[in-house]
Design a binder for this molecule. Structure first.
Ligand SMILES: *[C@@H]1O[C@H](CO)[C@@H](O)[C@H](O)[C@H]1NC(C)=O
Ligand SMILES: *[C@@H]1O[C@H](CO)[C@@H](O)[C@H](O)[C@H]1NC(C)=O
Ligand SMILES: *[C@@H]1O[C@H](CO)[C@@H](O)[C@H](O)[C@H]1NC(C)=O
Ligand SMILES: *[C@@H]1O[C@H](CO)[C@@H](O)[C@H](O)[C@H]1NC(C)=O
Ligand SMILES: *[C@@H]1O[C@H](CO)[C@@H](O)[C@H](O)[C@H]1NC(C)=O
Ligand SMILES: *[C@@H]1O[C@H](CO)[C@@H](O)[C@H](O)[C@H]1NC(C)=O
Ligand SMILES: *[C@@H]1O[C@H](CO)[C@@H](O)[C@H](O)[C@H]1NC(C)=O
Length: 906
């Protein structure tokens, strides 16, 4: 299977709105709840719902949401139940208690929930998964990421960031299921143990949200004109499908209107089955205006053109004062005009869906009153969906049924036999599938699996099978003749079992003609003769049998090798898919999104420039809590662009290390893009090393900076999977905190590399003169070792205080050319920055110089790995510290002696 097929990873993250006021609201809600309890209990028995509270101890009716939750016992057999830490316990009315328990999956790459809705296949289902970390493992994790699959296709990459809302999110999809069973799988991609708190499935009894070409991911479901701003959302029981409506969406220059009158939602006018509460409120333009407008910009960018689907929901809710007054309007959606439309009092009207392909990921609409309209337009609600492609089909249903029957018959209880047998990414252990869409099972190896009983007939339903290995089990009974009917079966290994009876003639024929490698050795009571009267084996049969078994063995080992190779390849594609999925992360999910207005206020209208990079200017900012930040604003004309912006945000989202500059938030409002970083009070290393710098860095400080930077880079290279190559390491990208702790910045040019040995040919220029790996310049191959080269230059800078390209009266000299002759002369005093005035440990200085030189050989193979460099540098630092210590100790010692001895002398 090609890893590339499952890489469409849009992300639907609605960061769960935590009502900070949730606790004090409880009393108010409690009253409301009691009143609604009866209504809720009646409606709670809704056959179209599957509501799972993962990790719950028992089934229960949640009083807050009116939803009857089941434990996940019947839906999954792997994983462990647990609860969030008490101090993170959430009380959010519209989520209820469901979020506070969870199931975690420390074992197995893939763990799947098996949902079998009563309505079966070829139906639409609203599926929603909730995730809330809540420090359940007491590990204070700051970030967890894993993949979520629906069936065999990726649905989302779950990204939970602890600083942001305690690491909570939910993901939704309207899924058209072509199978009776819907699997929801969590795939461990190496960025933390997957877990899940809740899983909902709602049968959608209509086709309004039906999509032929994929599933629909809700991007925006807005109930306009909500009267109760303290409610953040509306869902079940108001909404029959348990959609979660956002109440916090506002249209520019609009006012709220509402009615208490009853709107007829039962009729055919309401195909989307909107709740009456959604239709009872609306917005209309402010006095004197005749137009409503809204712009939606999706933060979930992809490398192909997305298809959006937009629904507008109306209902006339204002009683006409003078009869005959007309409310008529047109809708202009991304420049295309529809209408005119008119409304009838208290009758719902859904207009759409309109399908749009928008490379810009933007949906904008105007609703304008027509010239003859007496009244301004209104809008009650709207929905924007994105079509989610489902490229992979689940495994051939007959094969699935057969393998499920086999699993059941032999009580095969393997952790990895979950979800679809062939997809995603890998097949179940012991299974091989072909690349067809839908895939077929072509090989089954259940050797040494403690199978007992007869050979089950379901095996014969695997009609595409080529190789079947049931050797080394306890199988009894006869060999079914029907094996000869499997057209593509070329290997059948039934050896070392307890089979009895005669070997079917047709199988023997196939074996004799070379069509089938048949292995029956070690079944002592099996009669292999044509005439089964004589149980004694004759010599020729023995010879033939052993010849056959030798060739089978040979073949088997060849197959094993191929199999291994194939598995190896799969692993590689797995990791490259991780790399890509990382690229597709959403911006919204990380950290704090800032509006442009906030950015302006944080930077006091861009008052203080503290730097300028390839990206644009960097400004000093102050957050409301008084924290200082650095705000990097993407200038319109900047050399880098939107792609680099996204790249940088995405990397910063995933990569956290004390020696890497961390992101506080970002702004992504149309043309205005900014990144908000922690403020690094001491600027960058380049400035610190300048001749006229006010604070001269001591040798010890330089060593510490070298160790810090090596640490950061080592983490990028070896701590990240796939490894990250910085591509533009230089002293101006090493930033220093108040305490001179060094952190690496500017990942804008970084690229994640799928695997280590792999080097990539880069077409665009990368790097800064003086730091660029000569091998890269020659061949265009960029890899981790290119960073090592740059790091070597950086060390030289730290040691000598010289820039990488030294400007002189006779032209420019590269720092390595400058330093080489001095090294040959052994002249360490001339090499080391004269400003240190000899205050350094010479041994240590030599060692650092050696390390620097080990980084810069012309060919990358000769350069060491960052982990070795880090180890060596740490040794140097330890050496330096102990020598300082012993100096200090001897001073202290003499002081001690001074006070102790002197009185004695007196
Ligand atoms: C998590 O944080 C708490 C409080 O900050 C601390 O007491 C605890 O040791 C931390 N646990 C781990 C595993 O870091
Ligand atoms: C589905 O909708 C139709 C009419 O819209 C209704 O008659 C039928 O009972 C509904 N079925 C379910 C299971 O809700
Ligand atoms: C499905 O996709 C095909 C092409 O890929 C397109 O022609 C067709 O209109 C789409 N159908 C729907 C219902 O979107
Ligand atoms: C509100 O108006 C501003 C300025 O015209 C526009 O940039 C913004 O996108 C509008 N907001 C919405 C939600 O449409
Ligand atoms: C089945 O698996 C066993 C052990 O895992 C291996 O020795 C054997 O060669 C495999 N059989 C086939 C047909 O690949
Ligand atoms: C095998 O397949 C046939 C037809 O496809 C089906 O009727 C039968 O139930 C299957 N048997 C088993 C044991 O899976
Ligand atoms: C058997 O193999 C042939 C050729 O490899 C293929 O065309 C055919 O579809 C296969 N049969 C089944 C039932 O998969």
């Amino acid at each position: 299977m090609d890893g590339g097929q499952i890489l469409f990873s849009y992300i639907k993250v609605w960061v769960i709105l935590l009502l900070l006021s949730a606790t004090f609201q409880n009393s108010k809600l409690a009253a409301k709840n009691t009143a609604q309890d009866k209504k809720r209990k009646l409606a709670a028995d809704n056959s179209g719902f599957i509501s799972i509270d993962c990790g719950a101890e028992k089934d229960y009716l949640d009083g807050k949401t009116g939803i009857t939750y089941k434990t996940d016992e019947d839906f999954i057999s792997t994983g462990k139940n647990t609860v969030v830490a008490p101090e993170y316990y959430l009380t959010i009315p519209y989520l209820g208690d469901m979020v506070n328990s969870l199931r975690t999956f420390p074992e197995g790459e893939r763990n799947c929930y098996t949902l079998k809705p009563r309505q079966g296949k070829n139906q639409n289902y609203y599926v929603r998964a909730f995730f809330y970390y809540g420090n359940y493992d007491s590990k204070n994790q700051t970030q967890i990421m894993f993949d979520l699959y629906i069936g065999v296709n990726r649905w989302a990459t779950v990204l939970l960031v602890l600083e942001n809302m305690y690491g909570s999110a939910y993901y939704e999809i309207i899924h058209y299921s072509v199978t009776d069973t819907i699997y929801v799988c969590l795939e461990n991609t190496g960025f933390g143990v997957p877990f899940i708190n809740g899983l909902d499935l709602r049968f959608m009894n209509d086709s309004s949200y039906r999509s032929m070409n994929g599933s629909l991911i809700p991007r925006m479901q807005a109930d306009l004109g909500s009267l109760d701003p303290t409610d953040s959302s509306m869902r079940y029981i108001d909404d029959v499908y348990d959609r979660i409506w956002r109440l916090d969406v506002n249209l520019n220059d609009s006012v709220l209107i509402s009615t208490e009158a009853n709107i007829d939602i039962q009729g055919s006018d309401n195909p989307c089955r909107l709740p009456v509460e959604v239709l009872r409120t609306a917005v209309q333009p402010q006095n004197g205006l005749n137009s409503l407008s809204y712009n939606y910009a999706s933060p979930y960018k992809e490398n192909f053109t997305p298809e959006f689907r937009v629904y507008f929901h109306f209902a006339e809710i204002l009683e006409q004062t003078a009869p005959g007054k007309l409310r008529e309007f047109t809708i202009t959606l991304n420049g295309l005009k529809y209408g005119p439309f008119t409304l009838e009092y208290l009758k719902p009207l859904t207009i759409g869906p309109y399908t749009l392909q928008v490379p810009e990921y933007q949906v904008g609409f105007f609703i304008d009153a027509t010239l003859r309209s007496d009244l301004p337009p209104i809008l009650n609600a709207f929905e924007i969906f994105e079509l989610w492609p489902l490229p992979d089909s689940p495994t051939n249903q007959a094969d699935v049924d057969a393998i499920m029957a086999i699993k059941k018959a032999y009580k095969i209880d393997r952790v990895d036999w979950q979800g679809d047998p062939c997809l995603p990414l890998t097949a179940w252990f012991g299974l091989q599938c072909n690349d067809d869409n839908p895939p077929r099972i072509i090989s089954l190896n259940l050797s040494s699996s403690q199978l007992s009983g007869n050979i089950v007939v379901s095996l014969l339903n695997l009609t595409a099978i080529k190789s079947l290995d049931l050797s080394n089990n306890e199988l009894i009974g006869t060999v079914p003749e029907a094996f000869a009917q499997l057209p593509n079966l070329t290997i059948l290994d039934l050896s070392e079992n307890k089979l009895t009876g005669a070997v079917p003639h047709s199988l023997k024929e196939k074996s004799n003609s070379g069509q089938l490698q048949l292995s029956l050795d070690g079944n002592l009571d099996l009669c292999k003769m044509d005439t089964c009267e004589n149980k004694q084996r004759s010599f020729p049969v023995l010879v033939i049998a052993s010849v056959i078994s030798v060739s089978v063995l040979l073949l088997l080992s060849i197959i094993t090798i191929f199999w291994r190779l194939k598995r190896g390849r799969l692993n590689v594609s797995l990791s490259s898919s991780v790399g890509l999925s990382r690229k597709e992360l959403s911006l919204k999910s990380k950290n704090q999104p800032f509006t442009y207005v906030e950015i302006v206020s944080i930077t006091n209208n861009f008052q203080t420039i503290i730097g300028e990079g390839g990206f644009g200017k960097v400004y000093l900012g102050n957050l409301k809590d008084g924290c200082q930040v650095a705000v990097k604003l993407l200038s319109q004309s900047s050399r880098q662009g939107y792609k680099e912006f996204l790249a940088e945000v995405q990397l910063l989202m995933i990569v956290h290390h004390k020696n890497l500059v961390s992101l506080v938030g970002y702004c992504n409002e149309h043309e205005n893009m900014a990144l908000v970083y922690e403020y690094m009070a001491n600027g960058n290393l380049k400035e610190q090393l300048l001749e006229n710098s006010t604070n001269m860095l001591s040798w010890r400080e330089r060593l510490q900076i070298a160790v810090d930077s090596a640490h950061g880079l080592e983490y990028l290279h070896n701590g990240c999977r796939p490894p990250i190559v910085h591509r533009d390491l230089k002293s101006s990208n090493i930033l220093l905190t108040e305490n001179l702790q060094a952190k690496i910045a500017d990942f804008g040019l970084s690229k994640a590399f799928a695997n280590e040995g792999d080097s990539h040919v880069i077409t665009d220029a990368a790097g800064t003169p003086g730091y660029i790996d000569p091998e890269f310049q020659e061949t265009g191959n960029l890899n981790k070792k290119s960073d090592v080269y740059s790091f070597g230059i950086l060390l030289c800078e730290l040691i000598t205080g010289q820039p990488p390209i030294i400007r002189g009266p006779k032209g420019n000299t590269h720092i390595l050319h400058w330093v080489s002759p001095l090294i040959e002369r052994g002249d360490i005093q001339s090499i080391i920055d004269p400003r240190l005035q000899g205050v350094f440990n010479t041994n240590c200085a030599w060692k650092v110089l050696e390390i620097a030189l080990s980084c810069v050989p012309p060919t990358s193979i000769q350069r060491p790995d960052m982990s070795d460099i880090l180890g060596e540098l740490k040794e140097c630092l330890a050496m330096e510290m102990s020598s300082e210590m012993s100096k200090r100790d001897s001073v202290e010692m003499s002081l001690v002696f001074g006070t102790d001895i002197t009185p004695n002398l007196r």
